[in-house]
Write a protein that binds this ligand. Structure first.
Ligand SMILES: [Zn+2]
Ligand SMILES: [Zn+2]
Length: 265
């Protein structure tokens, strides 16, 4: 029997109009945002974590705000509660800056035993901890790591998934890199068929983008009527979505390729 991961992957492969991992990532991110505003905002553990990280990163805080101001919801209160806890902590941080003063950036020093030691980061950087420790970024990248790993396994063992992938719109470049990175961790020694399937598909995607862009550029010529241009206007947006991926996926990419704990057993 196939698990929920397989069901989600299969559905995304069938439905996504662009990269299916962007489609999944959007879905998980939206679910996290909604769930955070509905429930986690009242959870003591989550409150502690959000104070520790001084809120969400710039991208996710605006995402939260957009969701909370949706006329269908009344989550403005949730946002106010998060911001109140965070600003209380920031007030303490800034008060500490006044006491400690402005420290110099970290330097490499030789300690008394002759060992090299890096001095700690200046304390005023704590106020922007959310750049490194955003709970939403952590959640989304963690769940994507699990799903990409599952996809890579399915691609190897499940012909239906392989077929759906070959028929799909393929991956954006950031998700292509995350997927290959995970393949390399799972099968570090040899060049497996899975990697070849992914690379072949990516070449096909890029070739298609090139063709669509060529048609678009050619049709900009004044010899072509509006009618002849119709249908080509999506080429620019679609190509961009394939080159950079969904908005915010750069944060997932940085975590997945930078993380040390992704050496699978
Ligand atoms: Zn993508
Ligand atoms: Zn974030």
């Amino acid at each position: 029997m196939k698990g929920i991961g397989w069901v989600y992957i299969r559905e995304a492969l069938e439905k996504a109009e662009t990269c299916f991992l962007c489609h999944l990532e959007n879905r998980f991110e939206q679910r996290y945002v909604d769930n955070y505003l509905d429930e986690l905002v009242m959870d003591a553990g989550a409150r502690e974590k959000i104070i520790e990280s001084r809120g969400f990163c710039n991208y996710h805080f605006y995402k939260m705000l957009a969701s909370s101001t949706n006329p269908a919801s009344s989550d403005g209160l949730g946002m106010a509660l998060i911001l109140k806890s965070v600003t209380k902590q920031l007030f303490e941080d800034v008060t500490a800056d006044l006491r400690i003063g402005v420290e110099s950036p970290p330097t490499i020093e030789l300690d008394l035993r002759g060992r090299f030691r890096q001095s700690s980061a200046p304390s005023y950087l704590r106020t922007v901890s959310n750049q490194e420790n955003c709970p939403a970024c952590d959640h989304v990248s963690e769940i994507m790591r699990i799903y990409i790993k599952e996809f890579v396994q399915e691609l190897k063992e499940d012909n239906e998934i392989k077929e759906l992938f070959n028929k799909s719109r393929g991956l954006c470049i950031p998700h292509y890199v995350m997927t290959l990175h995970i393949v390399s961790r799972l099968h570090s020694k040899k060049f497996p068929h899975t990697a070849k399937t992914i690379i072949d598909k990516q070449l096909q995607v890029l070739e298609e983008l090139q063709n669509n862009l060529s048609v678009y550029i050619e049709r900009q010529d004044c010899r072509f009527s509006d009618k002849e241009r119709a249908g080509t206007e999506k080429a620019v947006g679609e190509s961009l979505a394939k080159v950079v991926g969904r908005r915010g996926t750069d944060r997932t990419l940085a975590r997945i390729i930078g993380a040390r704990e992704d050496r699978f057993p």
